[in-house]
Design a protein around this ligand. Sequence first.
Ligand code: KET
Length: 467
Amino acid sequence: MASLLSVSLTSASPSPSASLSTQESHKGKLKLRNSGLSFTNEKINPFANEKSSGRISMVAAVNASRFDGIAMAPPDPILGVSEAFKADTSELKLNLGVGAYRTEELQPYVLNVVKKVENLMLERGENKEYLPIEGLAAFNKVTAELLFGADNPVIKEQKVATVQGLSGTGSLRLAAALIERYFPEAKVLISSPTWGNHKNIFNDARVPWSEYRYYDPKTVGLDFEGMIADIKAAPEGSFVLLHGCAHNPTGIDPIPEQWEKIADLIQEKNHIPFFDVAYQGFASGSLDADAASVRLFAARGMELFVAQSYSKNLGLYSERIGAMNVVCTSAGAAARVKSQLKRIARPMYSNPPIHGARIVANVVGDPALFNEWKAEMEMMAGRIKNVRQKLYDSLCAKDKSGKDWSFILEQIGMFSFTGLNQTQSENMTNKWHVYMTKDGRISLAGLSLAKCEYLADAIIDSFHNVS
Ligand code: KET
């Protein structure tokens, strides 16, 4: 191999296909070879805005990397916050970034019912054979029943295609791939704002999306008129992504009458509702109440997508357990959809992990354990409600400006959308060591009663003293 090569590479485009080239000595001549990365559609190329060096002029030594043209990716807006939190040595630090439940002592929590089931599983000495592509049959059965209700006609008539997924994210990603493959003309409508990863998921699946109005900063509530107008204006047959309950990041859900109107419009426009259910049971403490939106749509005989996650409600974050459900108008369509979801999963990850699936199947499938789970979920949801109340009380007691903080009590679920802007959110972190996302969201699941007053001080300072 030549020890030193002098090469000058020129690239005007930031796209990886044009900017990355490698060189090699081939029969005494230099041959430039494309990196193999290529994107044909600049508009949906998620990396198109990441500038690598436009003009590369270098003396390539033997140890020059072929990956020198790859720019450093920015930290993830949510999971990156945990990394920054870990690096902070202050005693005051508080991680309100990622939506993960903590105890009053701010420690991660493994549910007792999960520990119990894991012991049972260990005693049984279960094997580690591959699961089928669609996942554990017992899990798929209980997860659909939990979502729709076991007596729901869509279940009885086998109209639901259920496939175990890699938690909520992986299930959404499977569905996005299905949309890309079978509805190439369709776009997905997502709420503004929404969970930060939704856009990444559809970008990577090459599915076009646009936003519908959702949050109204003036009322700190739902912009229902705007939402309806935007869903109405979208091309017929669009997918409408809806948060089943506890909208992330705003914590603002439509009321039942509004859900009815949303369903009317979606039916009228021939759109396909696509629910992301990441917080069933965690918003209100009731699994049934939190599934009401999905069940309302299913009861109308509508076809719909539902992605489910057990990260929060069973605390199985790192087990990556969830499911993708497609409700169809016939059992035949459901069987065909399921076969295609499997076809998409096989080359992506082959088959899903078994551990979390067994936990869910055992907990939900056993009446005593199921009741224990419900009690623990109520406890978790209750602790979050308590810190929400205490934070509100602390803000009211300490803030002398007359600002109305009652919006905090109206929001539900794990989060509070504080209304702090990016600079104010940065002040929370830089001055007060309160780690949170830059959109002003705080995870109340990471807050203790003992820290509410400190947090109120930080919010009041950031609100009034930072513009
Ligand atoms: N949907 C929503 C609305 C959601 O908030 C999350 C996670 C997910 C899906 C996916 O979770 P999974 O663990 O893949 O089942 N949200 C928290 C964690 C994250 O960003 O990954 C969060 O917003 O902090």
